[in-house]
Ligand binder design. Structure first.
Ligand code: TMP
Length: 219
Protein backbone atom coordinates (compact mmCIF):
# COMPACT_ATOMS: atom_id res chain seq x y z
CA UNK A 1 0.00 0.00 0.00
CA UNK A 2 1.25 3.48 -0.84
CA UNK A 3 2.38 5.65 1.99
CA UNK A 4 -0.35 8.23 2.15
CA UNK A 5 1.07 10.28 4.97
CA UNK A 6 0.85 13.95 4.21
CA UNK A 7 0.94 16.50 7.03
CA UNK A 8 -2.62 16.64 8.25
CA UNK A 9 -3.12 20.38 7.80
CA UNK A 10 -2.64 19.94 4.06
CA UNK A 11 -5.59 17.67 3.50
CA UNK A 12 -7.93 18.31 6.36
CA UNK A 13 -9.50 21.57 5.30
CA UNK A 14 -12.97 20.87 6.68
CA UNK A 15 -13.18 17.31 7.94
CA UNK A 16 -12.88 16.90 11.69
CA UNK A 17 -11.30 14.04 13.61
CA UNK A 18 -13.07 13.32 16.89
CA UNK A 19 -12.16 10.64 19.42
CA UNK A 20 -14.11 9.24 22.33
CA UNK A 21 -12.27 7.70 25.24
CA UNK A 22 -12.47 6.81 28.92
CA UNK A 23 -12.10 3.88 31.29
CA UNK A 24 -14.02 0.67 30.66
CA UNK A 25 -17.61 1.11 31.80
CA UNK A 26 -17.59 4.88 31.29
CA UNK A 27 -20.57 4.75 28.92
CA UNK A 28 -18.96 5.11 25.49
CA UNK A 29 -21.58 2.98 23.76
CA UNK A 30 -24.45 5.19 24.93
CA UNK A 31 -22.65 8.41 24.07
CA UNK A 32 -21.65 7.15 20.63
CA UNK A 33 -25.37 7.01 19.87
CA UNK A 34 -25.68 10.64 20.94
CA UNK A 35 -22.85 11.59 18.59
CA UNK A 36 -24.36 9.54 15.73
CA UNK A 37 -27.64 11.35 16.23
CA UNK A 38 -25.91 14.74 16.26
CA UNK A 39 -24.31 14.05 12.87
CA UNK A 40 -27.46 12.48 11.42
CA UNK A 41 -29.57 15.51 12.37
CA UNK A 42 -27.17 17.76 10.49
CA UNK A 43 -26.77 15.38 7.57
CA UNK A 44 -22.97 15.63 7.76
CA UNK A 45 -20.76 12.94 6.18
CA UNK A 46 -19.19 10.95 8.97
CA UNK A 47 -17.43 7.66 9.52
CA UNK A 48 -17.63 5.83 12.85
CA UNK A 49 -14.79 3.51 13.66
CA UNK A 50 -12.92 2.05 16.63
CA UNK A 51 -9.56 1.11 18.13
CA UNK A 52 -8.08 -1.32 18.39
CA UNK A 53 -9.80 -2.29 15.14
CA UNK A 54 -11.33 -0.44 12.22
CA UNK A 55 -9.56 -2.52 9.53
CA UNK A 56 -9.32 -6.28 8.90
CA UNK A 57 -5.79 -6.28 10.34
CA UNK A 58 -6.83 -4.12 13.29
CA UNK A 59 -9.80 -6.34 14.07
CA UNK A 60 -7.54 -9.42 14.03
CA UNK A 61 -5.13 -7.68 16.39
CA UNK A 62 -8.08 -6.64 18.56
CA UNK A 63 -9.12 -10.28 18.99
CA UNK A 64 -5.63 -11.17 20.16
CA UNK A 65 -5.33 -8.11 22.40
CA UNK A 66 -8.65 -8.70 24.16
CA UNK A 67 -8.55 -12.49 24.42
CA UNK A 68 -8.12 -13.39 28.10
CA UNK A 69 -5.60 -16.14 27.32
CA UNK A 70 -3.22 -14.11 25.12
CA UNK A 71 0.26 -13.98 26.63
CA UNK A 72 1.82 -10.72 25.57
CA UNK A 73 4.50 -8.48 27.05
CA UNK A 74 3.77 -4.81 27.70
CA UNK A 75 5.98 -3.61 24.88
CA UNK A 76 4.45 -6.13 22.45
CA UNK A 77 0.97 -5.09 23.54
CA UNK A 78 1.85 -1.45 22.89
CA UNK A 79 3.31 -2.23 19.49
CA UNK A 80 0.18 -4.18 18.58
CA UNK A 81 -1.98 -1.18 19.54
CA UNK A 82 0.16 1.02 17.33
CA UNK A 83 0.26 -1.51 14.47
CA UNK A 84 -3.54 -1.53 14.49
CA UNK A 85 -3.52 2.28 14.67
CA UNK A 86 -1.06 2.69 11.82
CA UNK A 87 -3.17 0.51 9.54
CA UNK A 88 -6.30 2.31 10.70
CA UNK A 89 -4.81 5.70 9.89
CA UNK A 90 -3.47 4.68 6.48
CA UNK A 91 -6.43 2.61 5.34
CA UNK A 92 -9.41 4.36 6.92
CA UNK A 93 -8.93 7.59 8.87
CA UNK A 94 -6.73 9.64 6.56
CA UNK A 95 -8.55 8.68 3.34
CA UNK A 96 -11.85 9.63 4.96
CA UNK A 97 -10.55 12.98 6.17
CA UNK A 98 -8.96 13.64 2.80
CA UNK A 99 -12.31 13.06 1.11
CA UNK A 100 -14.02 15.50 3.47
CA UNK A 101 -15.68 12.90 5.70
CA UNK A 102 -15.59 13.55 9.43
CA UNK A 103 -14.23 10.68 11.51
CA UNK A 104 -15.33 9.61 15.00
CA UNK A 105 -13.12 6.96 16.56
CA UNK A 106 -14.13 4.97 19.61
CA UNK A 107 -10.70 5.25 21.32
CA UNK A 108 -7.37 6.46 19.98
CA UNK A 109 -3.87 7.17 21.31
CA UNK A 110 -5.01 8.68 24.62
CA UNK A 111 -6.05 5.11 25.47
CA UNK A 112 -2.47 3.92 25.00
CA UNK A 113 -1.16 6.65 27.31
CA UNK A 114 -3.87 5.79 29.84
CA UNK A 115 -3.81 1.96 29.72
CA UNK A 116 -0.27 0.99 28.69
CA UNK A 117 1.21 4.15 30.26
CA UNK A 118 -0.85 4.91 33.37
CA UNK A 119 -2.31 1.46 33.93
CA UNK A 120 0.68 -0.72 33.14
CA UNK A 121 3.52 1.73 33.74
CA UNK A 122 5.15 2.04 30.31
CA UNK A 123 7.12 5.33 30.31
CA UNK A 124 5.28 8.12 28.56
CA UNK A 125 8.35 8.97 26.50
CA UNK A 126 8.33 5.49 24.92
CA UNK A 127 4.70 5.91 23.87
CA UNK A 128 5.44 9.40 22.55
CA UNK A 129 8.12 8.00 20.24
CA UNK A 130 5.61 5.60 18.68
CA UNK A 131 2.94 8.28 18.56
CA UNK A 132 5.23 10.57 16.61
CA UNK A 133 6.39 7.80 14.27
CA UNK A 134 2.90 6.55 13.49
CA UNK A 135 0.91 9.79 13.55
CA UNK A 136 3.53 12.24 12.29
CA UNK A 137 1.93 15.08 14.17
CA UNK A 138 -1.69 14.12 13.58
CA UNK A 139 -3.89 14.76 16.61
CA UNK A 140 -7.66 14.63 16.98
CA UNK A 141 -9.46 17.97 16.79
CA UNK A 142 -11.57 17.00 19.78
CA UNK A 143 -11.27 14.20 22.31
CA UNK A 144 -14.20 13.55 24.60
CA UNK A 145 -13.09 11.71 27.72
CA UNK A 146 -16.00 10.15 29.55
CA UNK A 147 -15.41 10.00 33.26
CA UNK A 148 -17.14 7.99 35.98
CA UNK A 149 -16.08 7.10 39.53
CA UNK A 150 -14.25 3.79 39.81
CA UNK A 151 -17.12 2.11 41.66
CA UNK A 152 -19.43 2.86 38.74
CA UNK A 153 -16.94 1.60 36.17
CA UNK A 154 -16.23 -1.62 38.12
CA UNK A 155 -19.93 -2.22 38.70
CA UNK A 156 -20.72 -1.84 34.99
CA UNK A 157 -17.87 -4.15 33.98
CA UNK A 158 -18.79 -6.80 36.54
CA UNK A 159 -22.36 -6.91 35.33
CA UNK A 160 -21.31 -7.85 31.83
CA UNK A 161 -20.56 -11.10 29.99
CA UNK A 162 -17.14 -12.79 30.06
CA UNK A 163 -14.53 -10.16 30.82
CA UNK A 164 -11.84 -9.40 28.24
CA UNK A 165 -8.11 -9.19 29.07
CA UNK A 166 -8.35 -5.53 30.13
CA UNK A 167 -11.63 -5.83 32.00
CA UNK A 168 -10.04 -8.57 34.10
CA UNK A 169 -7.62 -6.06 35.64
CA UNK A 170 -8.08 -5.00 39.26
CA UNK A 171 -9.42 -1.75 40.72
CA UNK A 172 -5.95 -0.14 41.29
CA UNK A 173 -5.25 -0.65 37.56
CA UNK A 174 -8.42 1.21 36.60
CA UNK A 175 -7.63 3.92 39.16
CA UNK A 176 -4.28 4.51 37.44
CA UNK A 177 -5.95 4.48 34.00
CA UNK A 178 -8.56 6.99 35.11
CA UNK A 179 -5.95 9.28 36.68
CA UNK A 180 -3.88 9.14 33.50
CA UNK A 181 -6.89 10.21 31.43
CA UNK A 182 -7.65 13.07 33.80
CA UNK A 183 -4.03 14.22 33.84
CA UNK A 184 -3.83 14.14 30.06
CA UNK A 185 -7.03 16.14 29.81
CA UNK A 186 -5.80 18.69 32.35
CA UNK A 187 -2.62 19.29 30.38
CA UNK A 188 -4.42 19.42 27.01
CA UNK A 189 -7.51 21.53 27.74
CA UNK A 190 -7.90 22.71 24.15
CA UNK A 191 -8.32 19.23 22.70
CA UNK A 192 -9.45 17.00 25.57
CA UNK A 193 -12.81 17.61 27.22
CA UNK A 194 -13.76 15.58 30.26
CA UNK A 195 -17.45 14.74 30.40
CA UNK A 196 -18.85 13.50 33.69
CA UNK A 197 -20.98 10.62 32.48
CA UNK A 198 -22.19 9.65 35.93
CA UNK A 199 -25.19 11.94 35.61
CA UNK A 200 -28.63 12.06 34.15
CA UNK A 201 -28.44 11.00 30.48
CA UNK A 202 -29.94 14.28 29.27
CA UNK A 203 -27.19 16.30 31.00
CA UNK A 204 -24.42 14.16 29.53
CA UNK A 205 -26.01 14.43 26.10
CA UNK A 206 -26.22 18.22 26.42
CA UNK A 207 -22.50 18.43 27.30
CA UNK A 208 -21.47 16.27 24.37
CA UNK A 209 -23.62 18.26 21.98
CA UNK A 210 -22.20 21.54 23.30
CA UNK A 211 -18.65 20.34 22.61
CA UNK A 212 -19.61 19.27 19.08
CA UNK A 213 -21.40 22.57 18.44
CA UNK A 214 -18.34 24.50 19.58
CA UNK A 215 -15.97 22.46 17.39
CA UNK A 216 -18.09 22.97 14.31
CA UNK A 217 -18.70 26.64 14.99
CA UNK A 218 -14.96 27.11 15.10
CA UNK A 219 -14.62 25.48 11.66
P1 TMP B 1 -13.42 -1.28 24.14
O1 TMP B 1 -13.33 -0.97 22.69
O2 TMP B 1 -14.56 -2.14 24.48
O3 TMP B 1 -13.32 -0.08 24.99
O4 TMP B 1 -12.15 -2.24 24.49
C1 TMP B 1 -10.87 -1.95 24.08
C2 TMP B 1 -9.93 -2.22 25.23
O5 TMP B 1 -8.60 -1.99 24.76
C3 TMP B 1 -10.14 -1.33 26.43
O6 TMP B 1 -10.06 -2.08 27.60
C4 TMP B 1 -8.97 -0.38 26.39
C5 TMP B 1 -7.90 -1.14 25.65
N1 TMP B 1 -6.98 -0.30 24.89
C6 TMP B 1 -5.69 -0.15 25.32
O7 TMP B 1 -5.30 -0.73 26.34
N2 TMP B 1 -4.83 0.64 24.61
C7 TMP B 1 -5.20 1.29 23.46
O8 TMP B 1 -4.40 1.98 22.84
C8 TMP B 1 -6.57 1.11 23.01
C9 TMP B 1 -7.01 1.79 21.76
C10 TMP B 1 -7.42 0.32 23.75
Amino acid sequence: MANIFIPLEKHMANARFITLDGIDGSGKTTQLEVIKQWFATRNLPVLFTREPGGTPLGESLRKLLLAPDTEVSLRSETLMMFAARCQHLEQVILPALQSGTHVVSDRFTDATFAYQGGGRGLPEKDISVLEQWVQQGLQPDLTLILDVPLEVSCERISGSRIKDRFEQEDTPFFRRVRNAYLQRAASRPERCKVVNSNRDKALVKADIEAHLNRLFQAA
